[in-house]
Ligand binder design. Structure first.
Ligand code: ATP
Length: 289
């Protein structure tokens, strides 16, 4: 039997780092949004006794370094099942190390698919806890839609859905290491924090435009991204209602109230940016095909 899942990329509509925790992790305050840019993950049971991963992007590892592999290990250990052998095939469309949680989305898809293949051995809460053990954004990727994510990303609250806007995503050619971005934050003495209370007040009431007015991402103060200013200038000229970096970057997104404006912006960005996508918000992180 095989389960095939589309795993959605995420954007950070809001991202503040409240403080560094004693364990080295960071206390976060993030408003996350799933968008219809998907990796496709196929999971099937083999009788090889091992986990085998294949990935359409040759620049990513297809062994135990792939986060999908780690997700399978965590699943079997938490479910108390001996691994009979599973095959995981990943078709990548979400750029990696881009601030779009591409790896976390794949891990969430593996946890979900294995739980389906093995008779839902883990409850929803156990699945979320397993996700948190795999990576900070995995719990959100399991749930998706529009959520507030707190603590290290493992405390989730579902928020009213975003309206049917268009997001233009511009991914410059460079990659950003999330670990290095946090190190840069830790070394930076002076950070100006966005208005978490105000943003949550708007988001919880479904006031999406109010939320965009207060949007912010503290990583923009510590991570250098080539062309960020130029990307934002184009997005503003093309009529976006907000533009900012997602996660630790380098992807910058703009929010548009019409398909036409978004398409015009994407067209212009393509003349100097490697990868450009026009996306819509979606209400779940995983879709079984
Ligand atoms: P986040 O927004 O959660 O910080 P990101 O988009 O910045 O995520 P990912 O795409 O999740 O970063 O991947 C980060 C690193 O993880 C990559 O550099 C890659 O080497 C490694 N990795 C391992 N498995 C995968 C996978 N299945 N997909 C993408 N990256 C993977």
């Amino acid at each position: 039997m095989k389960i095939t899942v589309n795993a959605a990329a995420k954007l950070n509509l809001f991202l503040d780092i409240l403080r560094r925790l004693d364990n080295g992790y960071h206390s976060l305050f993030m408003i996350m949004q799933s968008v219809n840019l998907y990796d496709t993950v196929e999971v099937s049971v083999t009788l090889s006794g091992k986990t085998a991963v294949s990935c359409s992007d040759p620049s990513l590892p297809s062994d135990e370094r792939n986060i999908a592999f780690k997700a399978a290990e965590v699943f079997f250990s938490r479910a108390g099942i001996e691994n009979p052998g599973v095959k995981i095939d990943i078709t990548k469309r979400i750029p990696h190390a881009a601030g779009l949680a591409g790896g976390s989305a794949d891990a969430a898809a593996v946890l979900y698919a294995l739980n389906r293949l093995f008779d839902c051995r883990l409850s929803e809460t156990e699945l979320l806890n397993a996700g948190a053990a795999v990576g900070a954004d995995v719990p959100f990727c399991l749930v998706g839609g529009t959520c507030l994510a707190q603590n290290t990303g493992d405390v989730l609250s579902v928020l009213p859905s975003a309206p049917d806007v268009r997001f233009v995503l511009a991914k410059p050619l460079c990659s950003v290491s999330t670990k290095e971005a946090y190190e840069a934050f830790d070394e930076c003495g002076k950070i100006s924090h966005p208005d978490c209370t105000g943003a949550l007040f708007c988001a919880a009431r479904g006031d999406f435009h109010g939320l965009l007015g207060l949007a912010g991402n503290v990583f923009e103060q510590v991570v250098e991204v080539p062309d960020r200013v130029r990307i934002k200038t184009v997005m503003r000229q093309k009529g976006c209602s907000c533009c900012q970096m997602s996660g630790s970057g380098p992807t910058v997104f703009g929010v548009f109230d019409s398909e036409k404006k978004a398409a015009g912006c994407a067209e212009e960005l393509k003349s100097f940016i490697g990868e450009v996508f026009v996306c819509s918000p979606v209400k779940s992180g995983l879709t079984e095909l």
